[in-house]
Design a protein around this ligand. Structure first.
Ligand code: S3P
Length: 172
């Protein structure tokens, strides 16, 4: 008999605005995987939007909910492309959940690209205030946060389709 092999998810990590959710949907469609978004999972489990969770309960509460949601997602017995929140890589526990459950792929973008992509969107509590300042500060704090990913994709000059293509061609 064949040994049972655990399902291997594709886990997308990267700073806010690097295109994780969009790329996850494209990859999932292409490979017949499910696409899952950990942020959406948190909102569903908590019954509150992310800005509300930060405002009412604080970041530590959000991070705990994020770890719970990530553990639940990673434990599912179907192949998934998992889009994580930009800060999901901060907890060692989360990095272990990701690395043990699948192939972790980091999407890398410049501050300028990130600012352009997130500027329309008001749903990110950590980017309130001066957007440029916030992005540069968080990027410098998280400079090495994505280094644990065995696959890193420089998204400069690529649209989401092309990023998905690059991951597919090289790794799937
Ligand atoms: C966060 C990123 C967000 C969301 C929350 C915190 C972060 O996800 O989880 O606002 O700490 O970088 P996206 O990367 O999908 O914006």
């Amino acid at each position: 008999t064949e040994p049972l092999t655990p399902p291997r998810h594709i886990v997308l990590v990267g700073f806010m605005g690097t295109g994780k959710s969009t790329v996850a949907r494209i990859l999932a469609q292409r490979g017949g995987f499910e696409a899952v978004d950990v942020d959406a999972e948190i909102v569903e489990r908590e019954g509150r939007a992310i800005p509300e969770l930060f405002a009412q309960f604080g970041e530590d509460y959000f991070r705990a909910a994020e770890t719970d949601a990530l553990r639940s997602v990673m434990g599912r017995a179907v192949h998934q492309v998992v889009a994580t929140g930009g800060g999901a890589v901060l907890r060692p526990e989360n990095r272990a959940l990701m690395a043990n459950g699948g192939l972790v792929v980091a999407l890398i973008a410049t501050a300028e690209q990130i600012i352009a992509r997130v500027s329309q969107d008001k749903g990110r509590p950590l980017l309130q205030g001066n957007l440029e300042e916030r992005v540069h500060k968080l990027l410098s704090e998280r400079r090495t946060a994505y280094d644990f990913a065995p696959v890193r994709i420089d998204t400069t000059g690529l649209n989401a389709e092309e990023v998905a293509e690059a991951i597919w061609d090289a790794w799937l």
